[in-house]
Write a protein that binds this ligand. Structure first.
Ligand code: GLN
Length: 192
């Protein structure tokens, strides 16, 4: 619907998947897994309704389709959003409560090197753009990465996985590092 679609497609291809954009329900039925890019979560959920993708997408996710949400995509996959607009739709798939724009405004966007569980080979360089954080994660949710020092010393959850549903508060598609996409492709492959 929005966001760095081309970058995600390129990263997925580099990670060994066959990738294509999905804008309608018929295209959704052709894929084994879905990436929800960043953007603006309220607008994205409205566009999902306009394109009649919201309900089919909810159904696929409820059936266990592997999904990866970055930033606004994480917001959409969450069970609940704090500080969201009233008409914000949730796709579910992740038993987490996220706080939207948690790190502050656009000017508070930042980058950080994160230890990322399930990703080998050293820290992941993470680009946060008006990012959410995970305020509460359910028992079935693996916390894969946290960031602290922004805006205070509290460790904030910024990457999670529940089964084959992965989400990052940051944008791995905006760096050349393909490891997070590879993690998702591996999850999707195992699920298939
Ligand atoms: N701030 C946006 C939102 O709340 C997310 C930003 C992003 O995806 N980079 O939807």
């Amino acid at each position: 619907m929005q966001g760095a679609v081309r970058e995600h497609v390129a990263m997925l291809e580099e990670a060994g998947a066959r990738a294509k954009p999905v804008r309608r329900a018929s295209e959704l039925s052709e894929v084994d897994g879905l990436v929800l890019p960043g953007g603006e979560s309220t607008t994205m959920s409205k566009l999902l309704e306009t394109f009649e993708l919201l309900e089919p997408l909810k159904a696929r996710i409820a059936e266990g389709m592997p999904a990866f949400g970055s930033c606004a995509g994480m917001i959409l996959l969450a069970r609940q959003t704090l500080d969201g607009r009233p008409d914000q739709q949730q796709l579910g798939g992740l038993d987490v409560v996220v706080r939207r724009n948690a790190f502050g405004r656009q000017v508070d966007s930042f980058e950080a090197d994160l230890d990322f569980a399930e990703v080998d080979g050293g820290p992941v360089h993470a680009v946060f753009i008006r990012a959410p954080w995970v305020e509460k994660a359910g028992d079935g949710v693996e916390v894969l990465a946290t960031v602290s020092g922004v805006p205070d010393d509290t460790a904030r959850i910024v990457a999670v996985r529940q089964g084959a549903v992965l989400a990052t508060a940051f944008h791995p598609e905006l760096t050349p590092d393909v490891r997070v996409h590879r993690l998702f492709v591996d999850l999707a492959r195992k699920a298939a």
